[in-house]
Design a protein around this ligand. Structure first.
Ligand code: AMP
Ligand code: GLY
Length: 420
């Protein structure tokens, strides 16, 4: 690709991280984002087309003459946007609906893992409320109850309270006609983003998300309150096992499909005593993991993602920096239950001296010269440095200068890694 035109689908921090990195890619001349945020509008043209508007997105891709479409979130992938774009002859980063079912159905993901012998939590799928008690009896507490389909990050209940477990299982059966009950995995989590096509796979630097709202991993689950990369828990021995026990079998399976998987396979791991097990697969880049992973990629991102979308990844030489990155998410008052939107965000452009920092916009909109909050996760501040400690320090110093009424962020991002 030369002087390429790229369309990014999505509006979060992940999509802003992609657009910032494409802006640095010599192969890319025009960046379009649908719908984008106040940050992405600084690298390209935002288009007011929603991520679930399949017709609108296809029309847009054709109209702008997109050489490549990068699909950020899971919902359009599960709904078959990549299938439609490929049908139109447009190169696309992201799997077809068939591949996206790995995230779209936990039952499907479990059955593939069990068939391939990929290590994961033991589980049982039930369809009748009368089966709930005996299914829960088969596991010890805490109980893990999972809805089958996409649930915008709210599909998993982990609880020590048997009544809450029964209730979650009942509600899932009422809504979806089935529920997955799963063994609780002990250990530390890590996220591994794997670029994959039928020619091969490349593993991006490991990272760790912070899913709970409050310091010390307390409070409700969120979309992710911060992340850092690389994650020390993903040691060489762990990564060798991840490759041989998880990535290679998944790659063999996914590249043998009639339409091979071309995109990012997000492997969510639980690691205990150097033993990795899969908690979940996602079929896209993670958010906020992307904000700490992509800044470490030194290769031209446009060429890299184009290679994946054309099935030529094995020809690509991926270059990764040996720096560290940490990102801190600034969330709106009331997030995650009822985020208050529409407030002015100030102090975004005060750059940090000494440490490289990036503002990754998420739920933001431009209003004249002002930036206004428009979502639960408003932005994240990423620090990049030779050491994780410096990266974290830089990110915290810069976020302290951002001003949003009622805005809050965790104060302990990356602390676990610093203690090891
Ligand atoms: P998921 O949507 O499957 O990623 O689950 C959301 C979060 O719930 C994960 O990031 C874990 O923190 C937790 N979780 C999910 N499944 C398990 C499990 N089997 N054991 C322990 N924690 C889990
Ligand atoms: N950070 C978790 C996710 O992207 O699903």
């Amino acid at each position: 690709m030369e002087n390429g035109t790229v369309l990014i689908v999505g509006s979060g921090g992940r999509e802003h991280a992609i657009s910032l990195q494409l802006a640095k890619s010599a192969s890319v001349s025009n960046i379009h984002i649908a719908p984008g945020n106040a940050g992405t509008s600084m690298q390209g043209s935002n288009h007011d087309v929603a991520v679930d508007d399949m017709d609108g997105l296809c029309e847009l891709a054709v109209r702008i003459g997109a050489d490549l479409v990068i699909i950020g979130p899971e919902a359009p992938l599960v709904a078959g946007l990549a299938d439609r774009l490929r049908h139109l002859g447009i190169s696309c980063f992201g799997p077809n609906a068939d591949g996206a079912l790995l995230e779209g159905s936990k039952e499907h993901a479990k059955s593939i893992m069990n068939r391939l012998g990929v290590p994961t939590a033991g589980s049982v799928m039930i369809v009748e409320s009368s089966q709930i008690d005996s299914a829960l009896d088969g596991f010890s507490k805490p109980w893990v109850i999972k809805r089958d389909g996409l649930a915008a990050g709210k599909g998993v209940t982990v609880t020590e309270d048997i009544d809450e477990a029964v209730d979650a299982a009942k509600r899932a059966i009422d809504t979806d006609g089935k529920v997955l009950i799963e063994e609780f995995l002990q250990g530390e989590e890590a996220s591994i983003l794997v670029l994959m096509d039928e020619s091969g796979f490349s593993i991006l630097p490991s990272s760790q998300d912070h899913k709970r709202l409050n310091d010390g991993d307390r409070g409700p689950n969120t979309g992710g309150m911060g992340a850092y990369s690389p994650a020390p828990v993903a040691t060489k021995i762990v990564m060798d096992r991840v490759i041989s026990r998880i990535v290679e079998p998944m790659h063999r399976f996914l590249s043998s499909r009639s339409v091979p998987y071309r995109g990012c396979l997000y492997v969510g791991l639980m690691i205990e005593n150097d033993d990795p097990r899969v908690v979940e697969f996602n079929v896209r880049f993670g958010d906020p993991e992307t904000q700490v992973t992509l800044p470490l990629v030194q290769s031209d991102l446009g060429l890299l993602l184009m290679a994946v979308s054309e099935g030529k990844l094995s020809d690509f030489k991926l270059e990764i920096s040996d720096k560290h990155a940490a990102t801190i998410v600034l969330a709106s008052e009331g997030y995650p239950e009822k985020p208050i939107k529409g407030r002015v965000v100030r102090g975004i452009y005060t750059e940090e001296k000494g440490v490289e920092t990036i503002i990754h916009h998420a739920g933001t909109k431009s209003h004249g010269d002002l930036v206004i909050s428009s979502g639960g996760r408003v932005l994240s501040v990423t620090g990049i440095s030779d050491t994780l400690e410096e990266a974290i320090k830089g990110a915290y110093s810069r976020i302290s200068k951002v001003n949003l009424e009622g805005g809050h962020y965790r104060r302990d991002i990356g602390h676990k890694a610093l203690e090891t």
